[in-house]
Design a protein around this ligand. Structure first.
Ligand code: ZN
Length: 1020
C-alpha cells in the first residue's frame, strides 16, 4: 500500500513541476540566495509538519522525504520532547533523506543539534554519484561525516559545502549513509538548513477569494487589474485532501494533500496543523494514518491570513482478499485487493525448473478462476474470495551431484549441496524436505546455507562425512543450516570458518531453530569470529557452537553424543563480546535444551595474534560453556557433559584430556554408547584416540546450567577411582549416586566427615535414616565352629544422635526399612547432602600407591581373631591371575546369593547368602566399597607381611564368614552377606538365625527371638 502512496506523491510532484515551468516561462524571474530550514523539533514550533509518515513539509512548501526499505521505519515526532527521529537503522534500511522538490544551486547544508549514533557509519550529502558530493566545512577533500557513540545532544553541527550543486526534483539533493553499525540512529532536536540560489518568480499579484467544501479548498483569483496577467488555469488553484478506500494489508494508510504545490502555485503562505484521522465508529482521533480495518475521516485545517479552512475526506480500510502464494517463482501485484481489482502474477524461473501449469482456485468456492497469459505474466480479476495459487513445476536432477531414491536424497558433491539448498529455497511444495532424509556421501566444501527461505524440516544424515562450511556472514543466523523447524541432524562433522562481523545468532551447525531440534552424533570444529561489541551495544551476540538461537517457545532441543572443538573469538578486541554458548547461543523465553554425553573442547586463543578472547563468563549475560541464557531465559538439563579448558561460565563437568587410557580402561568392556565420532564409557569419553576423564575420577565436579557447583560420586560399572585429594574441595551440594535398597546393608567409605542425618533421599525430600556399623573383629564360635564378623553400630541408638562419621573410614551402612511403601524409598538411585551454610570438605588423606585404602583392624577389642582388616578403597580393586593375585584367598567380599564355591581341598562348599565369602580370581570391588582381608597370625599387626604369607596357612582361613550386626544397645539386629561384585549385602528371606548368628535349617518352631530377612522376629 505504501508504494501506492508513493506513486501518488510522485504524481503531485510532477504537477508542481509543470506549474512551476509554466510560471518560469510565463513570468519573469529573479535569482536570489535563499535558505530553507526544516525545524526537526517534533512539530513543537509548528514550522515543520508531517505531510505523511515519511514526508516532512516546511513552512514554505518544501518537502523532505525519508526513503528506506522498511515499512515500519517512518519519521516519528515527539512534540513533548521537541524531537524528530528518522526511525530504524539508517545504514541497514538503506535510508536517504531526499529534498525532492528543492530546485536551485545548493552551496551549503547544515545539520544542527542531532544524534548520529553509533560508531561505524558515515553521512554524506549530494546527489547520487560520488562526483556530486558536498565536502565537509574546512576540508575540501573530506566528504564523510562520521557517526559516534555519543548518545547525548550537545548542539553538534555538521556542515557540508559546495561551490554550487544544481539540484532538481529529477536529480534531487540527498543526505545518504554508508558503513555498518548494529544501531544507526539519526535523531534531531534541531534543524536542517539548506542554502541555495534559486530562480524565483516575481510576485504574481494574485488576489484570492476562498471556498472550502468537503475535501477541497478552492482559491479563485479576482485581480482583474490591467497589470495582472493571471497565470492560473481558470484563475483557480485547489488544495485537495485525498484518501482512497484500500484493502487491508497491515500497512499504514495515510491521506495526503498537495499543500506544497498549492503554496508554490499561489504564492500564498499557508500553515497547517497536519492531518488528523478519526475512527468513525469509536471517535478515536490520532495523528498518523491507521492500518486497521475500519471507516475513517481524514481532516486537516489550514490557515491563510488568520482564517481557518477545514477539509475532510472519508475513507475505508476494507478486509480485501488475498492471493495465497507459497512459490518464490511467482510475484503477485497486490498482497490484498478488492473485488474487481485486476491482479498481475509474474513468473520468474529460480533455478533450472520448468513451469508446467498455473492454477488459480477460489479459496472458499473451489472454483477455477480464469486468467490470461502473456509470456511470464498472468492476469486475472479478483473475485469476492481469497485465491489459492497452485502450480506444477518440474525440477530436473543432475545425478552426478545428487540422487533421489524414494524419500531419500544423497548429496555427492558441493554442487549437490547447493542444489539441496536452492531446491529447498524455491520449492515451497517440498516444505523444507519435511519427511525426507538427506544423506551426505562425500566430504565436501561449501559456502551456501540451507534453510534460508523455507526452514529445513527433514533428517540430515552426514554418514560420518565432513562438511566444510566457509562463509562471511551477511545476515543473522548464519550457519550451514540457517533455519530449521523440527529437524534432525546426525552423524555429521562440520569444520571451516564463519566470519561473523556484527551479526547475531551465528551457529556452527544451526542458526535459528524453530520447533523441536534433534542433533546427535555430530562434531563441530568450526571457528566463528565476531566483532560484536557487547559493551557499546549493551547487547548479547548469541553465538552458539552448535545452535545460534533456540527460538521457539515450549519446544525442545536435544543434543546427544556431540562434540564442539572449534573456537568462538573476536579478531580485534579481548573482553568485548558476550552472550555466547559453546553449544547454544541464545534461548527464547521458554526454550529448553537437553544435552547428554556432550564434550566441549575450547580451541586456542592467540591474544597476541588474531584470535582474542570473549568476555569471561561470570553471570548469565556473559559466555557459557554449553548454553547461554540471555536474562536467564530458557533452561535445560546437562547429563554426563564434559568440558576441557573453558573460559566460559562453567556448565557440565571439567575433564582431563590424555593420549593414555585411564588406569582401569581395560576393565571397561564395551562403550556405554558408541556415537560414531564420540565413544562414551560411563564418565570417560574417547574422541580421535584421546581420552577425556573427569578431573577427580569417580568424584565428578559438576556445574548446573546456571553455573552452580556440586559433586557427584559415581558408583558405576566403569569405575575410574578417586585420586588423592590433599587440598580439601569445598562444596555445598554432593550426591552419592549408588543404588540403595532399604534394609539392605552395603559397605561404604566416603571422603568427607558427615552425620547420618546429613543425607537425604534422592527423589525424596526427607531425611535418609539408617545405621552405620564399624568392624570390630572376626569371632570363631567354639561351639558352632562358625566364623562371624562382628559389626557394631556407631554412636548411640538415640534418634537424635549426632555422631560424626569419619572421612576415609570403612563402614557397613544399613538404610532403614521404609515404613511407607513407595518405589523411590525402596530403590533409591542416590542419596545427597546439601549444606549451603557450612558446606562439605572433600579430602582423601594420603594416596597409597594409587590404591586408596583405609584399614580398620579392630585393635583393642577382645576378639579372638583380630588378624583381619576391614579395608575401604577409592580405587576399583580387581583380583585375577595378573592383578593382586597374592591376595586371592585372603580377601573376602559379601556374597549376594547362595552359591557353590570350591573349597581348599577341592571339595564343594555351599556359601549361604548372608556371609562373607572368599574372593576368587575374577572378583572385583568398586570405589567407596570395603572388603575384609586376613592378615595372618603374627602377634603384632603387620599387614604387609600378612599379605605375603605362605600358602600353608591359607588352609586355616575360613571359606565364609557370617556377619553379625550389633546395635548400639548391644542387640544383634541383622545378619547378611556382601556381594563380591556389587559390594551390596542381601538377606536370604528363607534363612533363619539365632541371635548368636547360628543358621537354622528352617523356620524355628521353638519360642524365642530370631533373625529372618534382616530383622528380628519373635516366635511365640
Ligand atoms: Zn491571478
Amino acid at each position: 500500500m505504501r508504494s501506492m502512496i508513493r506513486i501518488k506523491r510522485t504524481f503531485h510532484l510532477i504537477l508542481t513541476l509543470a506549474v512551476m515551468l509554466t510560471m518560469a516561462q510565463g513570468a519573469w524571474a529573479v535569482k536570489v540566495t535563499k535558505t530553507e530550514t526544516f525545524y526537526l523539533d517534533g512539530g513543537y514550533s509548528k514550522k515543520t509538519q508531517l505531510q505523511d509518515n515519511w514526508t516532512l513539509l516546511n513552512e514554505n512548501g518544501l518537502t523532505l522525504y525519508y526513503s528506506n526499505t522498511n515499512q515500519s521505519d517512518y519519521i516519528s515526532q515527539s512534540s513533548e520532547y521537541k524531537k524528530t527521529k528518522f526511525q530504524g537503522n539508517v545504514d541497514k534500511n538503506g535510508a536517504e533523506l531526499i529534498f525532492n522538490n528543492l530546485e536551485g544551486t545548493v552551496t551549503k547544508v547544515e545539520l544542527y543539534n542531532f544524534l548520529f549514533y553509533a560508531e561505524g557509519i558515515q553521512m554524506y550529502v549530494g546527489k547520487n554519484n560520488n562526483a556530486t558530493l558536498m565536502h565537509l566545512h574546512g576540508n575540501n577533500s573530506d566528504y564523510d561525516y562520521p557517526s559516534d557513540n555519543n548518545q547525548t545532544y550537545n548542539n553538534k553541527t555538521a556542515t557540508f559545502e559546495s561551490n554550487g550543486l544544481d539540484v532538481s526534483s529529477s536529480s534531487p539533493l540527498k543526505i545518504m549513509f554508508s558503513g555498518s553499525a548494529v544501531v544507526g540512529t539519526l535523531e534531531f532536536k534541531g534543524t536542517i538548513t539548506v542554502t541555495y540560489e534559486a530562480d524565483v518568480p516575481a510576485d504574481p499579484q494574485h488576489t484570492f477569494t476562498f471556498n472550502a467544501s468537503g475535501n477541497t479548498l478552492t482559491a479563485t483569483c479576482v485581480n482583474n487589474g490591467a497589470g495582472h496577467e493571471c497565470t492560473l488555469t481558470n484563475r483557480q488553484a485547489t488544495l485537495t485532501l485525498t484518501a482512497d478506500d484500500v484493502p487491508y494489508t497491515g500497512s499504514y494508510h495515510n491521506a495526503s494533500y498537495n499543500l506544497g504545490e498549492f503554496m508554490t502555485t499561489t504564492g500564498l503562505s499557508v500553515t497547517s496543523g497536519g492531518i488528523k484521522y478519526v475512527n468513525k465508529d469509536t471517535g478515536v482521533e490520532r495523528n498518523t494514518g491507521p492500518y486497521e480495518i475500519g471507516s475513517y475521516t481524514a481532516r486537516v485545517t489550514v490557515t491563510i491570513s488568520s482564517t481557518d479552512y477545514t477539509l475532510t475526506k472519508d475513507f475505508n480500510i476494507l478486509a480485501g482478499y488475498k492471493v495465497n502464494n507459497s512459490y518464490p517463482q511467482f510475484s503477485v501485484s497486490k498482497t490484498s485487493a478488492l473485488e474487481g481489482d485486476e491482479i498481475t502474477i509474474t513468473y520468474t524461473q529460480q533455478m533450472d525448473e520448468s513451469l508446467d501449469e498455473l492454477t488459480l482456485t477460489g479459496a472458499t468456492s473451489g472454483n477455477n478462476i480464469a486468467y490470461t497469459q502473456s509470456g511470464n505474466t498472468y492476469t486475472f480479476t479478483m473475485p469476492a474470495e481469497d485465491v489459492n495459487l497452485g502450480a506444477t513445476i518440474t525440477y530436473p536432477l543432475n545425478e552426478d551431484n545428487i540422487t533421489q531414491s524414494g524419500d531419500t536424497y544423497t548429496i555427492k558433491n558441493a554442487e549437490g549441496w547447493d542444489y539441496f539448498c536452492q531446491r529447498m529455497e524455491v520449492d515451497g511444495e517440498l516444505d523444507g524436505f519435511s519427511g525426507k532424509t538427506v544423506e551426505l556421501a562425500a566430504n565436501i566444501s561449501v559456502t551456501t546455507m540451507a534453510g534460508t527461505v523455507h526452514p529445513f524440516k527433514g533428517t540430515f544424515d552426514g554418514k560420518g562425512k565432513t562438511l566444510t562450511f566457509n562463509r562471511i556472514a551477511d545476515a543473522i543466523y548464519t550457519a550451514p543450516f540457517q533455519n530449521t523447524d523440527g529437524a534432525t541432524i546426525c552423524n555429521l562433522h562440520v569444520e571451516g570458518t564463519i566470519t561473523g562481523g556484527n551479526n547475531s545468532y551465528l551457529g556452527g551447525l544451526v542458526g535459528s531453530a524453530e520447533g523441536n531440534l534433534t542433533i546427535r552424533d555430530c562434531h563441530v570444529s568450526t571457528q566463528i569470529s565476531t566483532t560484536f561489541d557487547s559493551n557499546t551495544l549493551s547487547a548479547n551476540v548469541g553465538i552458539g557452537g552448535f545452535v545460534g538461537l533456540l527460538s521457539s517457545q515450549y519446544n525442545q532441543c536435544h543434543i546427544t553424543g556431540c562434540v564442539f572443538d572449534g573456537l568462538i573469538y573476536n579478531p580485534n578486541y579481548s573482553g568485548t563480546t558476550y552472550g555466547c554458548g559453546g553449544f547454544v547461543g541464545c534461548f527464547s523465553e521458554y526454550g529448553y535444551a537437553i544435552l547428554e554425553d556432550c564434550l566441549f573442547i575450547e580451541g586456542q586463543y592467540d591474544n597476541n595474534g588474531s584470535k582474542r578472547e570473549l568476555l569471561w563468563g561470570h553471570d548469565n549475560n556473559m559466555n557459557s560453556t554449553f548454553f547461554h541464557r540471555t536474562n536467564n531465559q530458557g533452561s535445560g538439563k546437562l547429563t554426563n557433559c564434559f568440558f576441557v579448558a573453558t573460559h566460559f561460565l562453567k556448565q557440565g563437568s571439567p575433564a582431563v584430556e590424555s593420549t593414555d587410557a585411564p588406569a582401569n580402561f581395560a576393565h571397561f568392556g564395551d562403550p556405554t554408547t558408541d556415537y560414531g565420532f564420540l565413544k562414551v564409557y560411563g564418565h570417560t569419553m574417547v574422541l580421535d584416540g584421546k581420552y577425556y576423564t573427569p578431573t577427580y575420577g569417580d568424584l565428578v565436579e559438576t556445574y548446573d546450567y546456571s553455573g552452580g557447583k556440586s559433586y557427584n560420586i559415581e558408583y558405576d560399572d566403569k569405575p575410574l577411582g578417586i585420586p588423592d585429594i590433599t587440598t580439601p574441595l569445598w562444596t555445598s551440594s554432593l550426591r552419592y549416586k549408588r543404588k540403595f535398597t532399604a534394609g539392605k546393608p552395603v559397605t561404604v567409605m566416603l571422603p568427607f566427615n558427615f552425620e547420618p542425618n546429613d543425607f537425604r533421599r534422592g527423589g525424596e525430600g526427607d531425611v535418609l535414616t539408617g545405621h552405620f556399623y564399624e568392624f570390630k573383629g572376626i569371632h570363631l564360635d567354639p561351639q558352632t565352629s562358625k566364623w562371624t564378623a562382628v559389626m557394631n553400630e556407631v554412636g548411640s541408638d538415640d534418634a537424635n544422635e549426632v555422631t560424626t562419621m569419619k572421612a576415609n573410614h570403612p563402614y557397613l551402612f544399613v538404610p532403614t526399612m521404609s515404613t511407607v511403601p513407595h518405589p523411590y524409598m525402596n530403590n533409591l538411585e542416590y542419596i545427597y547432602i546439601e549444606k549451603y551454610s557450612d558446606g562439605i570438605s572433600i579430602f582423601t588423606q594420603d594416596n597409597e600407591g594409587g590404591n586408596k585404602v583405609t584399614q580398620y583392624d579392630g585393635s583393642g577389642e577382645s576378639f579372638r581373631w583380630n588378624k583381619w582388616d576391614f579395608i575401604g578403597t577409592y580405587q576399583p580393586r580387581y583380583w585375577s591371575e595378573t592383578e593382586h593375585f597374592e591376595e586371592v584367598g585372603k580377601v573376602y567380599g559379601f556374597a549376594g546369593l547362595t552359591k557353590e564355591v570350591q573349597g581348599v581341598y577341592n571339595n564343594t562348599i555351599t556359601v549361604e547368602a548372608g556371609e562373607f565369602v572368599r574372593a576368587k580370581s575374577g572378583a572385583k570391588i568398586r570405589p567407596t566399597s570395603c572388603y575384609l582381608m586376613w592378615t595372618g597370625y603374627e602377634p603384632d599387626y603387620a599387614p604387609a607381611r600378612g599379605m605375603t604369607r605362605g600358602a600353608a596357612a591359607d588352609e586355616d582361613v575360613p571359606q565364609s564368614i557370617t556377619v553379625k550386626l550389633i546395635s548400639a544397645n548391644g542387640e544383634t539386629t541383622a545378619i547378611g552377606t556382601l556381594d563380591t561384585k556389587t559390594g551390596e549385602v542381601t538377606f536370604d528371606s528363607e534363612a533363619w538365625y539365632t541371635l548368636d548368628g547360628v543358621r537354622l535349617s528352617g523356620k524355628p518352631s521353638s519360642k524365642g527371638i530370631y533373625i529372618n530377612n534382616g530383622k528380628k522376629v519373635v516366635i511365640k
